[in-house]
Every structure is written in C-alpha cells, then in structure tokens.
Ligand binder design. Structure first.
Ligand SMILES: [Zn+2]
Length: 129
C-alpha cells in the first residue's frame, strides 16, 4: 500500500474511533445484563395458571454475570420499558467497545505497515541501507 493510501486509511480509522467514542460517552444510564421474561406457575389450584396449556405468570428479570456466575434480578412490572432501555444501552456500549478494539487492531496494523513503507523508501535512498 502506498504512503498516501496508508495515511488516508489511518485517518479514516481515527474518524471511526472518534464516532464510536462519541456514541459510547453519550450514554448516561445503563444496566449490565439482558432483559427477559420467564414464566412461573404459582401453585394455587384455583388460579388461571393451573392449566397445562398455560405457561404461568410472567416474571420480568434481567440476567447478568457476576464472578463468572449467571445471576438474575426480578424487575417490577412498571419498569419494563425502562429496564429494556437500560439493557439496550448496555448492549450498545459493549458492542461499541468491541468495535473499538477492532479499530485499535486495524490502526496498529496500519501503523506497522506505515513504518515498513517509510523504512523501505528510506533504504532505497542509500546503497548501504
Ligand atoms: Zn397462578
């Protein structure tokens, strides 16, 4: 790759990183975990859930990892939309973190190539190099 092309790609990568950092730092609230609904039967014989075809009462919860163990927390019904938003924020943040690492690797690779390119160009200037 030419020096110009490398510089262009380095700058493009930096632009992308800047955009990712902006997105990440625009998030002001997040909850680590993923939202889900599980169903449970209460066990009361006179309850509507006491039927084979019924899944049971919905239980809102988030699942997250703590010390490499999967854990859950119950979420109050009224917070369903809020917690969805909070876990979406968290997911976006983590995805951007991942993208950031890919950009860092690319930047590293491009700078390595740049170094090689410049060294080669310089050694072409002197017979002893
Ligand atoms: Zn029930």
């Amino acid at each position: 790759m030419s020096r110009e092309k490398l510089i262009y790609q380095i700058k493009e990568t930096l632009k992308e990183m800047d955009q990712i950092v902006n997105e990440m730092t625009n998030i002001s609230l997040m909850v680590g975990g993923s939202f889900g609904i599980s169903y449970r039967k209460c066990g009361k014989t006179n309850c509507w859930c006491n039927k084979v075809e019924e899944k049971g009462h919905p239980l809102l919860r988030i699942t997250y990892n703590e010390n490499r163990k999967s854990r859950t927390k119950a979420i109050p019904k009224q917070d369903k939309e809020w917690i969805k938003e909070m876990t979406d924020n968290y997911r976006n943040f983590r995805q951007n973190f991942q993208k950031m690492r890919q950009c860092e690797n690319r930047l590293n690779e491009l700078l390595n190539q740049f170094e090689k390119e410049v060294k080669t160009n310089t050694s072409n200037l002197r017979a002893y190099l």
